[in-house]
Design a protein around this ligand. Structure first.
Ligand SMILES: [Zn+2]
Ligand SMILES: [Zn+2]
Length: 76
């Protein structure tokens, strides 16, 4: 995986990365990293302020453990 130090753009393709580096990184790129401001339940669309509240909600209301899904996404 290639990550642009200028704008955090990342890709698995070397060609795409080189192509990206040929143009100046424009101001604010992609979406900013970190956690989103609101955590929305993908099952019932309830919104929560923290990931923990959402995780708790998922576990209690839907009996889902989202942690695994998150990890899978990050690893992908
Ligand atoms: Zn860049
Ligand atoms: Zn829910």
């Amino acid at each position: 995986m290639f990550i642009c130090g200028g704008c955090q753009f990342y890709t698995n393709s070397f060609e795409a990365f080189v192509e990206h580096r040929q143009i100046p990184c424009s101001s604010k790129s992609q979406k900013s990293e970190g956690e989103p401001e609101i955590f929305r339940c993908f099952t019932c669309s309830n919104a929560f302020n923290t990931s923990w509240e959402l995780l708790f909600h998922l576990r209690v209301s839907h009996e889902i453990t989202m942690y695994k899904n998150l990890k899978d996404k990050v690893a992908a």
